[in-house]
Design a protein around this ligand. Sequence first.
Ligand code: ZN
Length: 200
Amino acid sequence: MRIPVVVDCRSRGILPYHFRLRRFGLDRSEGKKYKGFISERKLERLKEYCREKHLKFYIDNCYGTRGSGYRARFLKHYSPVFGWFYFCAYCGKPVSKKRVAVDHLYPVAKVSKDPALQRKLKRRGIDDLNSEKNLVPSCERCNQKKAANMGSWIRKGKIGRHAWVWMLRWMARIALLLVLGYGIWYLYINGCFIELGGMK
Ligand SMILES: [Zn+2]
């Protein structure tokens, strides 16, 4: 099976990658994108290469590719908490609107290769990979770590995409810290009284 792939050099210059990408059998298409068909055996090597060089890699397919407008779509559909930040859906870290990485919950690389998964997404009302239903806010670190992984990432993302989950968690943490702080303060004060009493 030959898989249609796209490598996007994005803001990077193409010169350091051009010959290597050509050797993978890709041709330069518009802008800084390289497209071509590749065997499954070579696919992993190309992915590894793109990861190493921080190039954007994705599979070109009919179910939808990683479109260019999905970030804008995400920002339009989901407003940030208090107007200026999002919680990373995977770890709960607050990320500013400017720096938030918009992640495809069901990864492009997996969905495009898996007809069964595509049927599953269709049943859930996701007709397009770049649908807002498939987009979650993420921090840069989780975005890179998740890559094309699914399993527990999907479970975490489905729960963590709701900001109130993290608000509750943060509130619980703060409450716990306050209780602990009060406890220590209380013990300290009492300890001092005992010590002072002993000195008399
Ligand atoms: Zn994160």
